[in-house]
Ligand binder design. Structure first.
Ligand code: NAD
Length: 354
């Protein structure tokens, strides 16, 4: 029987509540599919500051590196906002991503039929949307040198090397092979030299994936197309800054922040987390939507552990819960038959796995 080591970081605010529900669902699906999950819990964020004096203890870094994958909740809260920058929870998170070398950020945007009215776009535009933004996460203009500012000007540098582009392109093409076999690479090659290198390199890598159809799009057009006709996209491959903007835009197609998962993968390990934060305004009330985190757990099974069937079972159970009209409070206004708590939603999804 396969046994996987999973590191768990619950974090702050609603983090513990939503991660507990994801673990509940994971345990059920593991039992059903005949594999086992061995959890080790680590500290990060405000709770780590309170208990150890630092937002990212060394033990957390080592523990996650020694695991097969990490499931992460969220960190942060007003209590820690006045600390010096290096002690803040958010500094711990940035350092964590860098230490883990997670260069590929995967953000799916799926519109559930049952929640089609929750989107800010017309139902006929968003119906059936199922796309994935693959964003390069640790290069490009956010990290390029030289950078700086004086009293008169400020400057940053967008740099990508061929190996950096190649490794993220491989992630996108491999993903597309498991989906609808289309990659749209987004750049600004009409203006930027770095984008021309990006385009040339992606085109070369595409030769290794003859079953995947590659197209290129300028980023300004991509921003427009995501709103005008989002169904045309399968996998969107792009660099750090363009991906930052486009993935936030894409996430709004589905209507609620409480639904959307993400994966950050690299050569050493992978981290799976909801796209939202620790939501201190609703923490401890049992009303947080656990679906983004449960869906992140499904991505972990699919992409890190190769347990595709188990991932499919979780995805179907989430759809079933939504189609039966179960809603947490954030989605109560959209065709709810019954408004349920965080843990009731976890129970319902876990029971549908059976
Ligand atoms: P947030 O995502 O925590 O919350 C934004 C709004 O969405 C809030 O009204 C919240 O109640 C709601 N919301 C978020 N998740 C929800 C869920 N699962 N179910 C129902 N409603 C949900 O963003 P914020 O308020 O800007 O930040 C709060 C804290 O989280 C800050 O300290 C911030 O730095 C931190 N943060 C952490 C991460 C992370 O850990 N990856 C990401 C973003 C923000």
């Amino acid at each position: 029987m396969a046994n996987y080591k999973i590191s768990i970081i619950k974090g702050d605010g609603i983090g513990p509540e939503i991660v507990d529900e994801a673990m509940k669902v994971l345990d059920r699906v593991a039992y059903k599919c005949g594999f086992s999950l061995e959890y080790s819990e680590y500290l990060m964020g405000g709770i780590a500051v309170d208990m150890t004096g630092v937002p990212l203890p060394d033990e957390t870094i080592q523990g996650v590196l020694n695991s097969d994958a990490c499931l992460f909740g969220a960190i942060g809260g007003a209590k820690w906002d006045t600390l010096p920058r290096e002690l803040r929870p958010e500094s711990g998170l940035l350092k964590f991503r860098k230490e883990m070398g997670v260069f590929a950020n995967l953000r799916p945007a799926v519109v559930y039929d049952e929640l089609i009215n929750a989107s800010s776009l017309k139902p006929e535009v968003v119906k059936g949307v199922d796309l994935m933004v693959v964003r390069e996460l640790i290069g490009g203009i956010y990290f390029g040198e030289p950078r700086g500012k004086d009293d008169f000007k400020g400057w940053n540098t967008m740099v990508y090397s061929v190996p950096e582009i190649e490794r993220i392109a491989h992630v996108a093409f491999k993903l597309a092979q498991k989906r609808r076999k289309k990659v749209c690479s987004v750049d600004k090659a009409n203006v930027l030299d770095v984008s021309q290198l990006w385009r040339d390199t992606v085109t070369k890598i595409a030769v290794e994936y003859p079953d995947v159809e590659l197209s290129h799009m300028y980023v300004d057009n991509a921003a427009m197309q995501l709103i005008a006709n989002p169904r045309q996209f399968d996998v969107i491959l792009t660099g750090n800054i363009f991906g930052d903007i486009l993935s936030d835009e894409a996430s709004m197609l589905s209507g609620s922040i409480g639904l959307l998962p993400s994966a950050s993968t690299g050569e050493k390990t992978a981290v799976y987390e909801p796209i939202h934060g620790s939501a201190p305004d609703i923490a401890g009330q049992g009303i947080a939507n656990p679906i983004a985190t449960i869906s992140s757990a499904s991505m972990m099974l699919r992409y890190s552990l190769g347990e595709e069937k188990a991932a499919d079972m979780i995805d179907s159970a989430i759809k079933k819960a939504l189609s039966e009209g179960y809603r947490t409070k954030d989605l109560a206004a959209f065709d709810a038959k019954e408004v349920v708590s965080t843990s009731e939603m976890g129970d319902i999804i876990a029971n549908y796995i059976d």
